[in-house]
Design a protein around this ligand. Structure first.
Ligand code: ZN
Length: 684
């Protein structure tokens, strides 16, 4: 056979196989039988075996295993994957609509509703039409790289189809949910049971577990599917004007989107759609956990903006929680890292929506008293999403008289210090600053994956170090005597060496991880990121006033007060000094955060559509140069930067006499040049 004929045959087979996969997985209307499909696949495999030079990464044969082991390296998302706020009823929804309208500057907003599949959120990047990278959502900022495994999933295209009514993008990031159908999940569990394998609890766990296989060949055998719901970003082609058109575009590129996405002219019909999905969910062959509601107009989405990293232009209606009845066997006390005594319910294990629940939170003693919860009671337990299960109520009719009312302890169960209860506060505290239980919790948090992420140093080993007296605060982790560690029973030199390497490496974690790891009240990953972006170093954070902190968009007064309260505490300042002393990085090196940054003192507002970058990108760069970027125009605003189609904010600037800048002026600002009109503001 001539080389060109051969190439044509190979191309022909690949096109047919891709078409088949598309019809099968996306359209759900295959035009060929499984036998025909297998025959074509075998023919292609034979040709490729004889002519290995013709094998490409996008060939359908390469999607069913044979890949190098994936290592799950971490990747930073170019644009964060946002989380959504929740609404639980019609009143919440209407309040959310009113807020969005207020920020949009228009009288009424159009919405799109879509069911929310319960699976694993992923971001897929295609460059020049081919799958380039796949990553899990992770914490929204950093996820795990799962490209090799995603390539092995037949239902996910490795090549984009050429769209008919939309352009072909250069780069496009597509976001969606990898999930498993209920019927496929049952089939998989039956096969696992036959082969003596471990069973999955529910379709979501099965999907997440399948995509996280070390060997992509195993992933290839799992019946995974993909629902896409959003474009993360795109280059080489303009974004359509609305979310609804984005869905059409994604569909033409060869993906499954929800065909039931509905457009609404106003919020009035949205609630009906949410309730309809609640009714329909049990009839579907996949699990959904709610309905997502988005503002349809993308330009208005940008106008409405974000709170911290959550969009104000989208929300999710969460379905009511699932409940079950079980028995309360005991109440345990867990001492938190701030010294709070947290009562924890020990339950007779019960299956709620596919998850076995054996523990539930009891919040505090007032809650126990209010619900009159006694040990031995029959209780109703509910689980909603990923939150810790809760006790809804006691079933009093089932009481036998043998139930025992609960008495909170007067002393810390860990160190025996008498507990302290402030008037008006529902919590009891252990006030012993050296309480081992608190210290252990603080260290668990510091080393956790969400904070300093020290590989190999788990809670049990950390507890051992505390019990041995080797760790008295988190900085002592960096003072461990590795020779002594190696001599501990059950460790050995090799594990001690690995552990030491992981500890050393964690010294250079980005400082948001360190800030999160300090365990300041109310400071989670998101707030830690905002603080790190603004201050860039712990030294600057320690200098900041509560007002400085409250000025950061997305950080409210209560949180700012808690952060400031932490920074003025002598013991905390000593801890920071101690961390610096052992060589933990306490500033982000990439940017200079010294005072006297070119734009410090300027308060800026961005509005309208920018041509050269997105608004969040511009905001981030301006902040790094020291500017304070806020969402609303006031007399304190130094200037409003208006892109195309700027609306109400530009008008308001003119009313208040606030200077208006165009995108050219923005470019100058980003180079650190302050226009003369603003120079006064920038010097203070
Ligand atoms: Zn204690």
């Amino acid at each position: 056979m001539e080389q060109t004929d051969l190439q044509r045959d190979v191309d022909d087979l690949r096109t047919k196989l891709d078409q088949f996969a598309y019809e099968y997985f996306v359209l759900d209307q295959p035009t060929a039988s499984d036998a025909e499909y297998d025959a074509m696949m075998n023919a292609l495999r034979r040709l490729e075996t004889e002519h290995p030079e013709l094998v490409t990464a996008e060939s359908p044969t390469q999607q069913v295993g044979g890949y190098a082991k994936s290592e799950f390296g971490e990747v930073a998302h170019p644009r964060p994957l946002l989380s959504l706020s929740n609404v639980y009823n019609e009143a919440d929804l209407n309040a959310w609509d009113q807020r969005a309208i207020r920020f949009s500057g228009v009288a009424e907003l159009e919405y799109v509703t879509e069911p929310k599949a319960d699976g694993l959120a992923v971001a897929l990047t295609y460059v020049d039409g081919a799958l380039d990278r796949a990553a899990t959502r992770g914490n929204g900022i950093v996820g795990d790289e799962i490209t090799a495994n995603v390539r092995a999933v037949r239902a996910i295209p490795v090549k984009l189809r050429r769209p008919e009514n939309f352009p072909m993008p250069e780069t496009i990031e597509i976001r969606g949910e990898i999930y498993m159908r209920k019927s496929d999940f049952e089939g998989l569990n039956n096969r696992m049971a036959e082969s003596g394998g471990k069973l999955f609890m529910n379709p979501r766990n099965a999907a997440a577990g399948s995509i996280r296989q070390k060997d992509p060949a195993i992933t290839a055998q799992r019946p995974l599917r993909l629902f896409v719901y959003q474009i993360g970003y795109v280059t080489g082609a303009p974004l359509p004007a609305t979310h609804f058109e984005c869905l059409e575009w994604i569909r033409e590129l060869g993906f499954t989107t929800s065909l039931d996405a509905e457009r609404h002219a106003s919020v009035e019909t949205v609630w009906t759609a949410c309730e309809a999905w609640l009714d329909r969910r049990l009839d579907l062959d996949f699990e959904i956990d709610g309905t997502v509601i988005k503002v349809d107009n993308l330009h208005l989405q940008e106008e409405i903006g974000y709170v911290a990293r959550d969009p104000r232009w989208a929300t999710a209606y969460k379905f009511p929680a699932m409940q079950q009845t079980t028995r309360l066997l005991d109440i345990l006390i867990n001492v938190g890292r701030t010294g709070t005594l947290n009562p924890l319910a020990v339950l007779e294990p019960v299956n709620i929506g596919g998850v076995t629940v054996g523990r539930a939170t009891l919040h505090n003693e007032d809650e126990i008293a209010r619900k009159d919860i006694r040990i031995g009671d029959a209780v109703v337990v509910q689980r909603a999403g990923d939150v810790i299960p809760q006790i809804v109520k006691v079933i009093e009719e089932r009481r036998t008289g043998s139930e025992v009312p609960y008495q909170m302890p007067d002393a810390c169960p860990s160190c025996g210090t008498p507990v302290h209860r402030e008037p008006g506060v529902a919590m009891r505290y252990c006030t012993n600053a050296t309480c081992p239980a608190q210290l252990k919790e603080r260290i668990h948090h510091f080393i956790s994956r969400a904070a300093m992420d020290i590989d190999g140093l788990g809670p049990n080993l950390a507890d051992r170090f505390v019990d041995l007296g080797w760790i008295a605060d988190v900085s002592d982790i960096y003072r461990l005597d590795w020779q002594a560690v190696a001599e501990l029973e059950g460790l050995g030199e090799k594990s001690a060496e690995n552990l030491q390497a992981a500890v050393e490496k964690s010294r250079n974690q980005p400082i948001w991880r360190l800030i999160h790891g300090l365990g300041i009240q109310h400071v989670g990953e998101r707030t830690a990121n905002l603080i790190a972006d603004r201050f860039g170093s712990l030294a600057s954070l320690l200098e900041a006033s509560a007002d400085d902190i409250a000025d950061i968009p997305g950080i409210g007064g209560v949180v700012a007060t808690a952060i400031h309260g932490f920074t003025v505490e002598q013991v905390n300042r000593e801890l920071v000094a101690s961390l610096e002393e052992v060589g933990v990085q306490t500033r982000d090196e990439s940017v200079s955060y010294e005072t006297g940054r070119p734009l410090s003192g300027l308060t800026l507002v961005l509005t309208g559509r920018l041509g050269s970058m997105t608004r969040p990108e511009a905001e981030e760069q301006l902040r790094k140069l020291g500017a304070n970027v806020t969402g609303s125009v006031s007399k304190k605003t130094s200037a409003v930067i208006a892109g195309a189609e700027a609306g109400g904010k530009a008008d308001k600037a003119q009313q208040l006499g606030v200077p208006l800048l165009d995108e050219e002026a923005l470019a100058l600002l980003l180079e650190g040049n302050v226009p003369a009109a603003l120079a006064d503001a920038a010097t203070d």
